[in-house]
Ligand binder design. Structure first.
Ligand code: DGY
Length: 321
């Protein structure tokens, strides 16, 4: 029977679905599989079902004869060597769409948390520092009617903008590689052609662009230097911002605080300044992590494999130029 390797043991329903068509092998060790372990576990496999932090290099791709599909349970796919996949005629699947609303909810959660010092104050309560009624160490700012700037206007960012405009009456500006006039007029967004202009006129800045060569450190010293008391939220990929410059910007007041669901590297060294900093809230890459969305992404990743096996289109295929 045709074989499939699944690189985590988190997805019983997806494995059940795959098992109707394939002989499924699931990685069941506590540590994530190394490249060597992926290669040895995937020998003779038609497909591998991967997570976004499985580095699928050309070495892996070329060491699995018969591999036809890499199905990433993620919208991002920068973990996969696309050129090697194309050269070896391997199809790549991803899982956009189903995670949009969960990621947008999470982004708003981080924004509200920064605005009102929720985690910061909770840390102090845990440390026994709530000794009398005194809001003064924690006075935050409102979200309602403030100015949100967004970098990248894909599906997740659009859903964030919708929540911000309709739920919080915020003024929303955005920069994106491609201008989106329909969304602009639906939500009354302001397009700003120049990132430097965008970042100097906002209260909150939320990053949503995919990580590419062009967006690597799209927020760097030049941009931080222009910011004034901004609260920054990053749920895209860690390397879209220069983290050392973020620390400088927080320490010198250009940035008020930051919520990072993604870091560079990921996970960060837990002893590093960025982790212990009172003005930085770090969550462990949880944007899409609601139970419902976790399951939907796994189901979609499984269906992408099954569809290729039955000569149908994937629900979402990464097309390689
Ligand atoms: C994605 O889908 O790319 C997320 O960042 C991982 O869940």
């Amino acid at each position: 029977m045709t074989k499939v390797f699944v690189t985590r043991n988190w997805h019983p329903n997806a494995v059940k679905l795959l098992s109707k068509h394939f002989n499924v092998k699931v990685w069941d060790q506590p540590d994530i599989p190394s490249s060597e372990q992926i290669i040895s576990s995937s020998q003779d496999c038609y497909a591998i079902f991967t997570e976004f932090d499985d580095k699928i290099s050309s070495e892996i791709i070329e060491s699995i004869p018969g591999l036809k599909v890499i199905s990433n349970r993620a919208v991002g796919y920068e973990n996969i060597d696309l050129r090697a996949a194309k050269k070896n005629n391997i199809k790549i699947g991803n899982t956009p769409g189903v995670l949009v609303e969960s990621c947008a909810d999470f982004t708003m959660g981080l924004m509200l948390d920064l605005a009102r010092n929720i985690t910061f104050s909770n840390r102090n309560v845990i440390d026994g520092k709530w000794v009398s009624f005194d809001q003064t160490p924690y006075l935050g700012t409102d979200v309602y009617q403030k100015h949100l700037a967004i970098i990248g206007l894909g599906q997740i960012a659009t859903s964030v903008a919708r929540r911000a405009v309709n739920g919080f009456n915020m003024e929303v500006s955005y920069w994106s590689r491609k201008r989106k006039p329909e969304i602009e007029s639906e939500l009354n967004l302001r397009y700003v052609n120049d990132i430097n202009e965008l970042v100097q006129n906002c209260d909150y800045l939320s990053i949503h662009c995919a990580l590419t060569e062009d967006t690597y450190r799209i927020i760097d010293k030049e941009q931080f230097d222009l910011m004034k008391d901004v609260k920054l939220i990053n749920t895209s990929r860690g390397p879209t911002i220069n983290q050392n410059e973020l620390l400088n910007a927080i320490n010198n007041g250009n940035i008020n605080s930051a919520a990072l669901d993604v870091t560079d590297p990921e996970p960060p060294d837990y002893k590093s300044e960025i982790v212990g900093h009172p003005k930085i809230l770090i969550t462990p890459h949880l944007g899409s992590g609601s139970q419902e969305t976790f399951n939907k992404m796994a189901q979609m990743a499984a269906e992408n494999i099954i569809n290729v096996f039955h000569n149908k289109n994937m629900i979402s295929e990464v097309l390689i130029d």
